[in-house]
Design a protein around this ligand. Structure first.
Ligand code: ZN
Length: 122
């Protein structure tokens, strides 16, 4: 029996999440029960998006999972489950990149170099 995952609310608006699962090549929606084909060469993509504001969680696909995480023969359901888990995962692993960019003014919009290209001074 398939174990259910309780999806967290949207981190921006606390709206309801929905899981999208598609054929990466065609963009067509695929059913969760679709098995991998015999060649094992179909690529499935899944992500969670907020039904209200459209914010999207990490996009997960079966080819990238194979190359970088050595996960193979995944079904649509497997890829969608990983997308659901990643939507729920909240962490600060990239915070040091944000902080490093802060020192360089990279967290501003527009950035200083963009202001200059607009003919304005920062
Ligand atoms: Zn939202």
């Amino acid at each position: 029996m398939t174990e259910q995952i309780k999806l967290a609310p949207c981190p921006f608006c606390e709206g309801p999440p929905c899981v999208e699962h598609t054929d990466q090549l065609t963009g067509n929606d695929l059913p969760l029960d679709r098995p991998q084909n015999e060649e094992g060469d179909e690529c499935y993509e899944a992500y969670v998006r907020c039904h209200d504001c459209g914010a999207q969680g990490p996009s997960i696909d079966s080819i990238t999972l194979g190359i970088f995480e050595h996960m193979y023969d995944l079904t649509v359901k497997d890829v969608a489950r990983i997308a659901a888990e990643r939507w729920n995962e909240r962490h600060d692993r990239a915070r040091s990149c944000y902080d490093a960019g802060e020192e360089k003014g990279l967290n501003l919009f527009p950035r200083n170099d963009e202001i200059q290209s607009l003919g304005e001074s920062a």
